[in-house]
Design a binder for this molecule. Sequence first.
Ligand SMILES: Cc1cc2nc3c(=O)[nH]c(=O)nc-3n(C[C@H](O)[C@H](O)[C@H](O)COP(=O)(O)OP(=O)(O)OC[C@H]3O[C@@H](n4cnc5c(N)ncnc54)[C@H](O)[C@@H]3O)c2cc1C
Length: 485
Amino acid sequence: MRTGDEYLAALDDGRQVMIDGGTVTNVPEHPAFAGVARSVARLFDKAGHDSEMQTTDPRLGSAPVNRVFDLPRSPEDLAGRRKAITRWAELSNGYLGRTPDHVGSIFAAFDLGAEVFARGGEQFADNVRGFRRRIANESLYLTYTIIPPQDDRSKIGNEHHEPKQVHVVKERDDGIVLRGAQMLGTGAAVADYVFMTCLLPLKPGDEKFAISCVIPCAAPGLKWYSRTPYALGKPSVFDYPLSTRYDETDSLAVLDDVFVPWEHVFIYRDVELMRAQTAETEFRSFGNSQAQIRLAVKLKFLIGLAHRMVESNNVAQLPAVQEKLGELAALAATVEGMVHAAEATAVVIDGAYVPNRRFVFGAMALQADIYPRVLHLIRDLAGGGMIQTPSSVADLTSDETADDIARYYAASNSGAVERIKLFKLAWDAIGSELGGRHHQYEMFYAGPPFALKMLNAQNYGYHEPTTLVDRFLDTYDTDTKVTDQ
Ligand SMILES: Cc1cc2nc3c(=O)[nH]c(=O)nc-3n(C[C@H](O)[C@H](O)[C@H](O)COP(=O)(O)OP(=O)(O)OC[C@H]3O[C@@H](n4cnc5c(N)ncnc54)[C@H](O)[C@@H]3O)c2cc1C
């Protein structure tokens, strides 16, 4: 299986990642990306060395593949997938959001629903199946850009005066040429390919925007405009243990006549299929179950942080603190419980075990409320402790400052270094630029919160609840007596 070193070597491929007015040369060695690139490399090494993360599937060939890319064919497969995704998530405590298992899971769903793509021509279904095999066999790391750049959101496609959204500008015998922009490739600076499509509903007449395809992140003409990288200017892992290792970055894709060969195209100029690729496949059941498994790990980590902080302040047993810890535990258990419920009530579709939408979408719909509430509770428990930290690790060793730090930053139950280390980690998780970005990420990466709640309303399945109500309504009428039961 692919090793971390192979992944890192492949990243130095001339990709155009733009920061501070110029192009980054050699991404894996650049201080903005070196930390996160190595964190991703560790994922591949873990999968290669952990036999429980591996499986074989005759549909994919004879070589072992990473279970995170598996299309589960039994309850045991589905549980194995969850455990493999959990092991990966634990390597970053959920702080790498767009690990290769996210879009990899979506392509497993596309393989299962390939007949949707076949409606545009059998060759498109073949392209989907073929690329999914490559993802599993080559351990490819895909991100996605599936939303047009933020602009007037009351308009879509041709309704804009000068549409910026990615669109076809030329059709050739060997493929298509794309131009425009698309938001917001998390991890694009360090991924192999981007899955590019549009999840916002297009209208008839918008055919030139109705494209679904994959593009190498280093394709000629493709530029990645990264937001401010949070690892830059932070040389000390001790001061920023998460920013330095897990800033996966988010970038706007700008395409200046990018060529895409036909074998990488899955939908071409078909507005209806753009809707069907998510609505009629298990895109979200697989993609977002991966995301919820990751979130369950992250919430456990945050609860662990909260516990260590209140222990350090020796307030863990106070009733008011217990109340907040209890609420945190309930929120984390809700997400973890939904993960297990989606698995235990999996729906079998064409022989595949698919996490149950009721629980996957239910967890998604609550995510924008749960995550900010968790952050709020931890801030409440931390008080000024995350701010009462020295300016940098240098203060711990400098002759001028070390004695004061050792004396005044120690707690009655821990030394200064131990306490500062803990509270700096908490700040990076919650209050640093990276912490703030994670707040926004958990609220928005799967779509705006209102849309996720609407999606949940449309997928809950009302037969069971309405049957309960109708059955009860049938038990009485205008003339029913109390004794008629
Ligand atoms: C950290 C981060 C990472 C991301 N990574 C990726 C990625 O890797 N790939 C990717 O494709 N995308 C990514 N995204 C983008 C994400 O998909 C979008 O943020 C999301 O779909 C919402 O789109 P928007 O940001 O344009 O918000 P909008 O759609 O503009 O919504 C913002 C708010 O405006 C209001 N609003 C907008 N439209 C309506 C409406 N019709 N009805 C009612 N209210 C409305 C709501 O209050 C809504 O919450 C990421 C986003 C973040 C924050």
